[in-house]
Design a protein around this ligand. Sequence first.
Ligand SMILES: C[S@@+](CC[C@H](N)C(=O)[O-])C[C@H]1O[C@@H](n2cnc3c(N)ncnc32)[C@H](O)[C@@H]1O
Length: 246
Amino acid sequence: MKGKNILQVNQIYNQDCLIGLKDIPDKTIDLVIIDPPYDICTKGGCKGKTRIAKHMKNLEDELIKNDLVNAFNYSVLDELVRVMKRINIYIWCNGRQIPIYIKYFIEKLDCKLEILIWNKTNPMPLYSCKYMSDKEYCLYFRKNGYCQPKNYEDAKTVYYSTINIKDKKLYGHPTIKPVELIRKIIRNSSKENDLVLDCFLGSGTTAVASVLENRNYIGYEINKKYYEIAKKRISDTLKERDDVDE
Ligand SMILES: C[S@@+](CC[C@H](N)C(=O)[O-])C[C@H]1O[C@@H](n2cnc3c(N)ncnc32)[C@H](O)[C@@H]1O
C-alpha cells in the first residue's frame, strides 16, 4: 500500500499531483472532481488572417503559456482509482478527451457514465467553419458511487450560466469553473464531512465549494501563482463563513 505519510486534510499543496497523490492512503477519498489541462487541437477550422483567427490564437497562446494544455499524464487515473473508496469521479474535459476516459472507466472498469454540461449563454460569437464554443463537458463516472440529488434543480444535467468573466478577472485563472456548479456536484455526490479531492486545483474552486458545503478537501496545484490564488480564496471563504456564523 502506498500513502504511508499522515494525510493532512483541508490542505492544498503546491506540488505535482503525480508526486503528491502518493501520500494519500488507499481508499481514503469520497469524491474526486478534476479539471485537468485540456487536449487542444490547433488544426482545422478556417485559420486565416481574420480578426477571429487572431482572437483564437491569442486564447491558445494564453493557455499554452500557462501550461494549461496537453500536459495531462493519464497515469494519474490509476492513482485516483487507488485513493477513492469507490469510483465516484467528475472530470472536466473537451470532446477530444471523451473516448480516452470512456475507454478507461467504462471498458476497463465497468463504470456508469453521466454527462453534465455547462452551457455558456454568452459565448464569443466565433463560428467560422465550426460550431461555437458554448459548452464544456463534465463526465461523471461511478461504480457504487453516491449520486443523490435532493431537488429538481440539482438533478438537472445541463447548467446554464454566462462565461464567468468576473471570476476570471477576480481570481486570474483563464479556465475557472463556476463555483455554484461545483457546489451542486458536491451536494449530489457526497455527504457532510466527506473528503473531496481535486488534484488540478487551479484557482481553488473545488476547495472553496467544499468549504461552503461543509465537506473536507485536499488539493494539488503545480503552478505557484495559481496555488497562492487558491490559498487566498480558501482563507477568504473561511473568514466569510466564520463571520456569518458569529
Ligand atoms: C483547467 S485548470 C483548473 C481550473 C480550476 N477548475 C478552477 O476552477 O480554477 C488545470 C490546473 O491544473 C494545474 N496542473 C497541471 N498539471 C498539474 C499537475 N501535474 N499537478 C498539479 N496541478 C497541475 C494547472 O496549473 C492548472 O491550474
